[in-house]
Design a protein around this ligand. Sequence first.
Ligand SMILES: *Cc1c(COP(=O)(O)O)cnc(C)c1O
Length: 395
Amino acid sequence: MAPKHSHFASVDEMVARLQPGYPVYCLRPHELERTARAYLDQFPGRVLYAVKCNPHIEVLKAFYRAGIRHFDTASLAEIALIRENFPHADCYFMHPVKARSAILSAHEVFSVDHYVIDHEAELEKLVDVTGGGDGQVCLVRLVTPQYDALFKLSEKFGTDAAGAVDLLRKVEKAGFQPGLAFHVGSQCRSPQAFRDAIALVGEVLVESGVPIHYLDVGGGFPVPYVDDEPEPLDAYIAAIREGVQAIKLRGDCVLMCEPGRGMVASGMSLVVQVQLRKEGAVYINDGVYHSLSETLTAGVKLPMRLIRPNRAIARETQPFSVYGPTCDCTDVLPYKVDLPADIREGDWIEVGQAGAYSNSMTTQFNGFFPETYVSVDDPPLLPETVRVAAAEGAA
Ligand SMILES: *Cc1c(COP(=O)(O)O)cnc(C)c1O
C-alpha cells in the first residue's frame, strides 16, 4: 500500500503546522503532471520516465495520471515497482549490464521485452536466458561525442560506431527487433549534442545496412540551477527533430526518450532546518550523504529561501558554509550560499529543484535518513534569475 502522506496548501503552511526538526520532501503533483505533459506533447515519439531519478510512488502516480505509460528501469526492483503499481505500464530494461537471474525474472515474471546491450557477451546472455529474439527488442547502446554534461555516462557504457555496426547485425541475426540507444550525459547543456549523436546513428545505419525499429535518444534534458541556465526543452526537441530528419529511418521506426532530471527536478523541494548557527556557518539536517549529494558529485547549486513563520527576516545576506548533519568533515556543500545575515537556529530553508537524484540517492549514514513526504500546491521554487525572467515575461 502506498504510504500515507499529508497535503498542505503551501510549504509555509506545512512548516507552520509541523515545525519539522527533520527534513521534509515537498512534492508538487501539479508540477510533475505539467512537466510530464510537456514531454508528452512536445516529444515526437514515446516518452519513458527514468525511474532511478526519483522512484517515489507519488511521483510515479503523478506521471501516470499525466499519461506516462513507459518506464526506463534498470533493476528488478524498479521493474517490480512499476509492474505491481501500474499493471498497464511497460518497463524497458535499459541497463547494458544485467544479471542472468534478473533477465530471467524480467522476461518470465514481468514480461519485459525491451533490452539494451553494448557488448556481444551481453547479447549471448540475453539469447541464453530468453531463448533468443521472439518479437523482442534489443537496442545497442552507442557512445556519442562528448559535450558539456554533468556526468560522462559514455565512459562507462556504450560501444563505438564500428562496434555498433557489428552488434546490430548480430542482434538482427539472433531474431530480435534491432534498435539503437544513446545517452548524451545528464544535465546536457547543448542541444547540439543530440543532433550530433543522431548524425552518428545515421552513419551506423548506412554502414550496417540494418534498418532499426527503435531509436532511443536517452535522457540528459537539463533544468535550471543557480548559475546554470540551459536552453528550454523546445531547443532540445527541435535539435532531435532536425537530427532525425537528416538521417534515413524506417517510416515505422519508434523514437523514444528517457527523461529523468528534466521531468522531475522542479516537482519536489526539500525543507531543512538550521540546527546551529556559527559566525559564517550553518548546520542543517540534510547534506551530501543524503538529499544533497549532487552538489558534490555534479556541482549543481540548488536555489534556497529562508522560512521563519511570522517573524521578519533580514534583507541583507552573507555567504555561509552549509554543513550537513553527519560527523563526516566532507558533509558540507562545496560552495558558500548567500543566506540572510540573521539566519539562526530553528529557521527553515526550502531547497528548490530537489526532485532529481536526491531522495533516490540518500544513505542511512550516521543514523540520518530523510523519509517524510508531503504534497503542496505551491509553484516550484526556481532559481531567482529564472523567477525574475518569468515575471518580466508575464508583465
Ligand atoms: C539515468 C538515465 C536516464 C535519465 O537521465 P537524466 O539525465 O536524468 O535525464 C535515462 N536513460 C538512461 C539509460 C539512464 O541511465
